[in-house]
Design a protein. Structure first.
Length: 259
């Protein structure tokens, strides 16, 4: 699994730019859309209100947000919210995040760990966001051209081997790895569900990866097709090549859309 900034370990550099919580992002960015908020997701309305008030006080105490001026409060009378004055470095994170033309999202599950990894693509830049079960969002910046390698590092087990054998049929509602795959990979199993989301596309294809030292298996699914599902074995080289090619296409299309 990658380190907290998603570095591939092959010379690709990422630059950490901050850590924010679920609650802080709810205040600074509103609805997080595709990005999960695992800490506050189960809160009822009253619990959420308390969490947001506490987070706001923390943002003010840390100098990330300045309280609204009396004039701003007057100007906001009748409006649902008051505009916040946000510190520039944090404002840059929120702005890049909302400006992305594409998002590469990966849900990662191992025997002992679950987290979520996102790359928000904005022309020449990728804003990386790693979200833990504790609701901490760790942000880093990378060059968009480095994104294919970063996605490979984030999605594949670092010691991923070559899969072999015949494809394994899956039930449509099956959420666990196929028994044959789980037995082969054992405690080293890393499951990564990869999706690329474009604005307005609610039916993006899902690439499910099961990887470990004993091999790699791939499941492809697109909602509404009714196509049978199967976990197909793959070599590491073939899987890396495919991911790099798909992500390079995302970067190129994102640049084209921004022109």
């Amino acid at each position: 699994m990658s380190d907290e900034t998603g570095s591939t370990g092959d010379g690709t550099e990422t630059v950490p730019v901050g850590v924010l919580t679920d609650e802080e992002l709810a205040i600074l960015a509103g609805d997080t859309g595709l990005v999960v908020t695992p800490f506050i997701a189960g809160f009822d309305e009253a619990e959420r209100e308390v969490a947001l008030r506490t987070a706001y006080r923390g943002l003010v105490a840390r100098g990330i947000v300045d309280p609204p001026t009396p004039q701003a409060r007057i100007d906001a009378i009748g409006e649902p919210t008051v505009a916040l004055q946000v510190r520039q470095d944090v404002l840059s994170i929120v702005t890049l995040r909302s400006a992305a033309t594409a998002v590469v999202a990966i849900a990662r599950t191992s025997v002992v760990h679950q987290d979520f990894w996102y790359a928000h693509v904005v022309q020449e830049v990728a804003l990386l966001e790693e979200v833990g079960a504790d609701g901490m969002h760790r942000f880093a910046l990378a060059q968009a051209d480095d994104l294919p390698g970063l996605v490979v590092a984030a999605a594949l087990h670092p010691e991923c081997g070559d899969g072999s054998g015949e494809p394994i049929a899956l039930d449509p509602g099956q959420t666990e790895p196929p028994i044959e795959v789980a037995e082969r990979l054992g405690g080293a199993l890393l499951r990564s569900d990869v999706v690329v989301r474009w604005a307005g596309d609610d039916h993006a294809p899902l690439l499910g990866l099961f990887t470990g030292p004993a091999g790699a298996w791939v499941v492809e699914a697109r909602e509404g097709t009714g196509a049978p599902l199967a976990a197909a074995p793959s070599t590491r080289d073939a899987l890396e090549s495919r991911i790099r090619g798909d992500v390079a296409h995302v970067v190129a299309r994102s640049r084209s859309a921004a022109r």
